[in-house]
Design a protein around this ligand. Structure first.
Ligand code: PHE
Length: 498
């Protein structure tokens, strides 16, 4: 890597600017859309507890590692991994960690943008008063109407991708700092107001129990949408490990870890900042917002007698109920969805940044930032079309049937659970719960066992000794073993139990 291109890279104006950008990356749909829906699906309090443990023993050390690697390498994740590996006299193949992360970023952004598009549409729905005095059924009808038209979803997805691409094309520093500085606190205040409203509902107590009273049976045994245990032929409850995998995957997803976003932001961070302190600030903000979102949404679920396990539709079915009944609700609802849109936007920017940094810093110098961003934006936009159709109800069965149809096979039957899967869910599951943990695992193994000790020491000079020791123990033993255990335990056969 030549020094010129390194020196010409942007740097955050202050340590605060880095924290803001990283918080902007971390806080997004993951906190307000995804966290509540997975908590609802996977059993409430016990799930949250496991998730918090993963944030502590996996999320925090991986975040420190990612920032450290990025700041040491001062390039895009591909270049960073390659340079650091070669400095340690190791194989340049470590750059594939960067590649893998970029692919994960493409896939995540492809469906993230479709959900963000729905949020954008809901800014207008809320503002138009469409939710006023609606019943839960009315709200559901509005959502069904909306998602049944793929061209509308596609239009919103397109607008969102254009907005994201434009910011990334102009470079991370321009605008982003300012946007995050004002909008994140505003989102936080609106969430607090929503929680205040939720406290006045009769379902609030039930929601608090659901969120904070861990019931491990609900974590480990399969339930239907209404929270009833599923029984096998012998009348036994069915063991499931999926919730634990999802909790781990979400600790990566919500903190933007494992794919290079935080690494590339770390590469713009000044040398003097203490990495453990900025990590703590980012993690605290992210976790607080997720818990507040849960406290705002579940009282609505229980008050309206909805099933908690609605899946990805949860916020679009619950929040409008609140906006429809609270005084000034249409204005408030519009503002809320608008701020959520900005939160999604700042996350989307970070999902694209590793690939754009890579393409524009590439030795070939064939692409400037704007060209790099445009090409990558187009690819992600195309990938997003899969999620557009999946969101409007297309399953794998439909896909297979049409493909069979093209070959003139009209009576092909695709039965079985597999074919009722939806590609949106598959991409969401595979990226968050498999790709991000694998990426994070590779990064900590690299930092723990491959990288030069002196490089690490130079980078972590500002840390207190006990923090350093703790971090080292975590990334050497605890964190990798935890990740590997979560993966492998899924493969162990489990007897059902009563
Ligand atoms: N952390 C973001 C959110 O919670 C999503 C994200 C994942 C961003 C991975 C970057 C990388 O919405």
């Amino acid at each position: 890597m030549d020094t010129v291109s390194i020196n010409h890279r942007g740097q955050w104006s202050t340590r605060m600017a880095f924290i803001l950008a990283a918080v902007g990356s971390a806080i997004g749909l993951g906190n307000i859309w995804k966290f509540p829906y997975i908590v609802g699906m996977y059993g409430g309090g016990a799930f949250i507890l496991v998730y918090l443990v993963f944030i502590l023993i996996i999320g925090m050390p991986v975040m420190m590692t990612e920032i450290m690697l990025g700041r040491r390498g001062r390039q895009n994740p591909v270049g960073t991994m390659q340079t650091l590996a070669m400095q340690a006299g190791q194989s340049a193949a470590w750059r594939y960690v960067g590649w893998f992360g970029m692919v994960a970023g493409f896939l995540i952004l492809s469906y993230y943008s479709v959900v963000a598009g729905e949020v954008m549409a809901y800014v207008f729905r809320a503002g138009s008063g469409a939710f006023d005095n609606q019943t839960a059924d009315g709200i559901r009808a509005i959502l069904t109407d909306f998602v049944s038209e793929p061209e509308k979803l596609l239009a919103w997805h397109t607008i969102f991708m254009v907005l994201t691409t434009v910011v990334v094309a102009r470079g991370v520093r321009l605008g982003l700092e300012r946007t995050v500085r004002w909008l994140m606190p505003a989102l936080f205040i609106l969430l607090v107001i929503l929680v205040g409203y939720a406290m006045s509902l009769k379902g609030f107590g039930q929601a608090v129990n659901f969120l904070f009273e861990p019931d491990f049976d609900k974590l480990f045994y399969l339930q239907d949408a209404h929270g009833k245990f599923v029984l096998d032929e012998a009348g036994q409850r069915v063991f499931t490990w999926t919730p634990v995998m999802v909790a781990m995957g979400h600790s990566f997803f919500t903190l933007s870890l494992g794919m290079g976003a935080i690494m590339v932001y770390g590469s713009y961070l000044g040398r003097e900042a203490s990495i453990s302190r900025v990590t703590l600030a980012i993690v605290a903000a992210d976790t607080l917002v997720a818990i507040l979102a849960g406290l705002a949404i579940f009282p609505l679920v229980f008050t309206a007698d909805l099933a908690p396990a609605q899946g990805p539709d949860l916020i679009f079915l619950t929040l409008p109920l609140a906006f429809g009944t609270m005084p000034g609700g249409s204005l408030f609802g519009m503002l809320f969805f608008l701020l959520l849109l900005f939160a999604a936007w700042s996350s989307a920017i970070s999902l694209m940044e590793p690939a754009v940094a890579w393409l524009s810093e590439n030795r070939s110098k064939r692409f400037d930032r704007a060209a790099a961003a445009s090409w990558i934006g187009v690819i992600i936009w195309l990938l997003g079309i899969i999620s557009v159709f999946a969101t409007s109800g297309t399953t794998l069965r439909d896909v297979f049937e049409s493909v069979a149809g093209w070959f003139g096979i009209e009576d092909a039957r695709f039965t079985g659970k597999f074919f009722s899967l939806n590609l949106f869910n598959i991409i969401d599951f595979a990226t968050a719960n498999i790709m991000l943990p694998l990426g994070g695992l590779a990064m900590i193994i690299f930092a723990a066992w491959v990288m030069r000790r002196e490089s690490i020491q130079a980078e972590l000079a500002a840390e207190r000794t006990f923090v350093l020791t703790l971090w080292r123990i975590l990334i050497r033993y605890v964190t990798p073993l935890a990740i590997v255990f979560v993966f492998l335990y899924r493969l162990v056969p489990h007897p059902s139990s009563a």
